[in-house]
Structures are given as structure tokens and as C-alpha cells.
Design a protein around this ligand. Structure first.
Ligand code: UT7
Length: 329
């Protein structure tokens, strides 16, 4: 029997309608369209507006579209891995909420928290359940309502993040395609540079934490940039070397969209021209767990069976890693 790989067999994304442009940000904080574009590559991002709407609501759009595309019902799903830093609630898991909203009655699920590397952590986790034969259909969802934890008076963070969600279906493949390898890393000593200080057991919510704005994203941008630019490029190069892939062998790099300069450095380290790099940061900003599945969704029609694809991410934690995929359809 051929080895079973875990393959992505469908992908779908969802971004909310509201466009938050650099021009609008100019009216909120001391910044300019020119500064934001030159330092990050971002022109606009989407924001989920409306009372009572949360991360799971974006996921419902993405997953319902995905199920329709693949022609299967929600009841066929075995497992939901929901990668997010903005769960609907601290508990229960957003995976459970999503399962209820879409009618995935036979699935179990959990939330996975690895900041901007969440989706590649989730994909790797899903691949283990498929390769072992335990499950046949797994949803890996990556999505965040970043606007719920962003301080729109802080110019160092509010220009970067946006809302959005993507989902993939992972199934067994016996044709030699699918997730071939992954390298995942973490270094918790980086937690001081990118975090949300309050709301956990260390700093439970209080008047003080609210007044101090500790429920918003804090980032020491320069330091995170330094670690991101080195580690994302290093791990992408490492997965190429480990799998004896040259730049010519690679059809696409799918990088986490945190900063155009970090993406360019990673592509350059891999020896890839910009024509092989998926970039949509100019329209969506950094959607945290959403960036990679949203890219796959937007580029889906250009992907060919057997294409060698490298996903790479770096995020809070610190967490980082790369996944090597042979596209399955
Ligand atoms: O996805 C998770 C991982 N996150 C990342 O990978 C993000 C990594 N970091 C970055 O992308 C960049 O560090 C930022 C985009 C956040 C900031 O860019 P930077 O080139 O590192 O700027 P900086 O923080 O060094 O700030 C340079 C200057 C400062 O002014 P002074 O001190 O030189 O006078 C800032 O106050 O730019 C100022 N500045 C701004 N100016 C206009 C900071 N934010 C803004 C702004 N508009 N929005």
C-alpha cells in the first residue's frame, strides 16, 4: 500500500466587507499612507463590523463555501482545528462554536494558539491524524478578528492588523501528494516582545488592566522584525535543504503576511523571484491566523497538481516554521 499523506483538498476564504484604508487611519493616528506602504506594504485591511459578530462568524462563511465547493456535508467532518488568537470567548473553544453553527455533529475539535504561526501548526497537527489513519476529513481553520484586540490610538499596531479567515479541508492522499514535511519551532522567551498582557490567569481582567490598555496587542516592532526576518528565512531555507529542493523546484512560497519586507527577505533567501510569491498584504494587512489560508484561496486557480509549495510563518511566542506541500489537485 502507498504511504498516506495528508492533502489539502479544498480551500475557501472570507474577508469582511468594510475596508479600513491608510487614509482613514491618517484620521485616527499620526501616520501617513506613504509611511505605512513603505514600512509594511499595506494599503488597506478589512474590518468585521456589526454587533454580535465574532471570529466564528467569518469561519462560518469560509467553511460553508468550502463544503459546498467540495460537495460534502458538515456531518462528514471528523475534526475541526481552529487556529486563532481571537477566540469568540476564552472558553468554550471556537472550534466547538463553529461545529454547532455549521452542523458538524460528528466532529470533535479544539482551538490551537500559536499566534501568527497557528495555521502551519494546525496543518501539521491535522496531518498526524490523517497519516495515522484515525481521521478522514479534517477542517483546519485560521482566522482572527484582530480589530477586537487592537488599540486604534496606537499607531505602531493599528496600521498592521486586519480581520479575515480561511479554511482548508485535509484528507488522505495515496498518490504521493500532500503535506510532505514540516519544521516547527518556538521560543517562549520572546513572549515579552509581542503579546496581549491581560485577560489570562496572569493578569485577569480588572479596571486597572482596561485602563492600562492591557487587553490590546502590544508589540516591540523593531525587535520582532529582527527575529522574524532571520528566523522565517532560515526555516524556509532549512526545509528546502532537508527535502533537497532548489529554487527551480518550488512553484510557490506562501508566506505569513506580516510585513512585505520580511516576505521579500524570505523569498530572496530561498532564491525565488517575486512571481513565485503569494502576496496580498496590501489588501488585507496582517490577519494573523488568516494570512496563509487566504493566500491559498486567492491563488487556488493558479495551483497545479504536484506543485511544490512552501508555507512559512513567524509570530508571537515566538513561534515559527515551514511546511512543504505537494499540491494535490
Ligand atoms: O505577525 C507577527 C509578527 N510581527 C511582525 O513580524 C511585525 C514585525 N515588525 C514590523 O513589521 C515593523 O517593525 C513595524 C512595521 C511594526 C514598524 O516598522 P519599523 O520600520 O520597525 O519602525 P520602528 O518601530 O523602528 O519606528 C520607526 C519610526 C519611529 O520614530 P522615531 O522613534 O524614529 O522618531 C516610530 O515612532 O517610525 C515611527 N512610527 C510611525 N510613523 C508613522 C511608528 N509607527 C508609525 C506610523 N506612522 N504608523
Amino acid at each position: 500500500m502507498n504511504k498516506i499523506h495528508a492533502a489539502i483538498t479544498a480551500v475557501q476564504g472570507y474577508v469582511p466587507e468594510y475596508v479600513l484604508s491608510n487614509r482613514e487611519l491618517e484620521s485616527l493616528v499620526e501616520t501617513t499612507d506613504e509611511w505605512i506602504i513603505s514600512r509594511t506594504g499595506i494599503k488597506e485591511r478589512r474590518i468585521l463590523k456589526g454587533e454580535g459578530l465574532a471570529t466564528s462568524d467569518m469561519a462560518v462563511h469560509a467553511v460553508n463555501g468550502l463544503l459546498k465547493k467540495r460537495g460534502i456535508s458538515a456531518e462528514e467532518i471528523d475534526l475541526i482545528i481552529f487556529c486563532t488568537v481571537t477566540p469568540d470567548m476564552p472558553f468554550p473553544a471556537t472550534a466547538n462554536i463553529l461545529a454547532d453553527k455549521i452542523g458538524a455533529k460528528n466532529a470533535w475539535g479544539f482551538d490551537l494558539q500559536a499566534a501568527c504561526s497557528g495555521f502551519i501548526y494546525g496543518l501539521t497537527t491535522a496531518s498526524q491524524f490523517i497519516e495515522s489513519g484515525k481521521h478522514k476529513k479534517i477542517l483546519v481553520v485560521g482566522g482572527d478578528k484582530m480589530s477586537s484586540i487592537i488599540d486604534y490610538t496606537d499607531r505602531t499596531t493599528c496600521i498592521i492588523f486586519g480581520d479575515g479567515c480561511g479554511a482548508v479541508l485535509v484528507e488522505p492522499n495515496e498518490e504521493g501528494n500532500g503535506i510532505m514535511d514540516s519544521i516547527l519551532k518556538s521560543d517562549g522567551s520572546g513572549r515579552q516582545f509581542l503579546n496581549q498582557k491581560a485577560g489570562g490567569s496572569l493578569r485577569p481582567a480588572s479596571h486597572e488592566t482596561v485602563e492600562n490598555k492591557e487587553h490590546f496587542v502590544f508589540q516591540e516592532g523593531k525587535t520582532v522584525f529582527k527575529f522574524a526576518v532571520t528566523n522565517m528565512a532560515d526555516v524556509a531555507a532549512e526545509i528546502m535543504e532537508k527535502n533537497e529542493l532548489t529554487a527551480e523546484d518550488i512553484a510557490w512560497l506562501v508566506p505569513h503576511q506580516a510585513n512585505k519586507r520580511i516576505i521579500d527577505a524570505t523569498a530572496s533567501r530561498m532564491g525565488l523571484g517575486s512571481e513565485k510569491v503569494m502576496i496580498n498584504i496590501e489588501r488585507y494587512g496582517n490577519t494573523t491566523n488568516g494570512t496563509i489560508p487566504l493566500c491559498l484561496w486567492e491563488w487556488e486557480s493558479k495551483l497545479k497538481k504536484g506543485d511544490n509549495i512552501v508555507l512559512a510563518a513567524f509570530g508571537g511566542g515566538f513561534t515559527w516554521g515551514a511546511v512543504y506541500i505537494k499540491w494535490a489537485y
